[in-house]
Design a binder for this molecule. Structure first.
Ligand code: URA
Length: 288
């Protein structure tokens, strides 16, 4: 929009200048609590180009868990995949501040001591991330399972073996020794009990850690594996099948969507599609 926001209707994109002048002349004002919010609502939906962290609320410091006052303005439409849930508990306010400025040791220590959500009560280990921190490829999965919780490393079970094979197929290993490397991290750093689905509040609390890992690695490509990782990173509820085959973005980094290795173990027929996804990731990274 090139017009200045000089009248109450200037943010409504389908009105031309003459119509806006007429409405203004008639004294018709289009109600909007905040022009920017409405502009965002009315704008055509972009391909997710997430320049802000994926989780909705900035969580440091958390506001006290007061109920919303009766006269509070209505919240902007919630982001679909990871909409905020209940207000934070006292424990959930304990994530250290300054995550976005941390170096690797500080970040690792912050995750190891994190008590920002209830998962800290049931975890045996935090699962920070593993691999080559100077690589141009980053793999993002969902959350630690039982083996990962025991060992403190992502993707160490059967799904992890398949992930290693997938990486080898594109000439990479997680260590990067003698080959190209990859850095592997999960959206959640702690295991959800009984491998239940991660909850929005847990994602919101954990997300700054992943965002910082991405910022420190500075990968050329992120391969997001599985519905949960994909939908959390891209803030969408679209199924993987509709998101595959094109390049998305998280924090400015190209993201390729593919199936989770655990799913591929159950559904080997889809391994061919996962291979296509890895080829797209290679092409995308090499084309940069
Ligand atoms: N599944 C994941 O998404 N991450 C792990 O670390 C293990 C299994």
């Amino acid at each position: 929009m090139t017009d200045a926001h000089d009248d109450a209707t200037s943010f409504v994109p389908h009105l031309d200048a003459r119509q806006r002048a007429m409405l203004a002349e008639m004294g018709v004002r289009v109600w909007a609590p905040r022009a920017e919010a409405v502009t965002a609502e009315l704008a055509p939906a972009p391909v997710p180009e997430v320049s802000a962290p994926m989780a909705p609320p900035p969580v440091e410091p958390r506001p006290p868990a007061h109920p919303a006052p009766a006269a509070a303005p209505r919240a902007a439409p919630a982001a679909p995949a990871v909409a905020p849930a209940a207000p934070p508990t006292a424990a959930e306010r304990l994530r250290p501040a300054g995550v976005a400025q941390m170096d690797w040791p500080a970040l690792q220590a912050a995750v190891a001591g994190c008590e920002a959500c209830g998962l800290c009560k049931t975890r045996r280990n935090t699962v920070f991330g593993v691999g080559d921190t100077r690589t141009d490829w980053m793999i993002v999965g969902e959350a630690p399972g039982e083996n990962e919780d025991l060992q403190g490393e992502p993707f160490v079970g059967a799904a992890g073996q398949l992930l290693d094979n997938m990486l080898r197929a594109v000439g990479r290993t997680r260590s990067g020794e003698g080959t190209k490397g990859a850095y592997i991290a999960n959206v959640l750093k702690c295991r959800p009990p009984a491998n239940r689905n991660p909850q929005p509040q847990e994602v919101a609390q954990c997300e700054p850690y992943l965002a910082r890992q991405v910022a420190l690695v500075k990968p050329k490509i992120i391969v997001a594996m599985g519905r949960f990782a994909v939908q959390s990173l891209l803030r969408t509820e679209e199924p993987i099948g509709r998101l595959r085959g094109r390049v998305h973005r998280y924090e400015g980094v190209p993201v390729i969507v593919t199936y989770h290795p655990a799913y591929l173990l159950r559904t080997p027929a889809d391994k061919a599609k996962a291979w296509e996804d890895l080829c797209l990731a290679m092409e995308t990274a090499e084309g940069l």
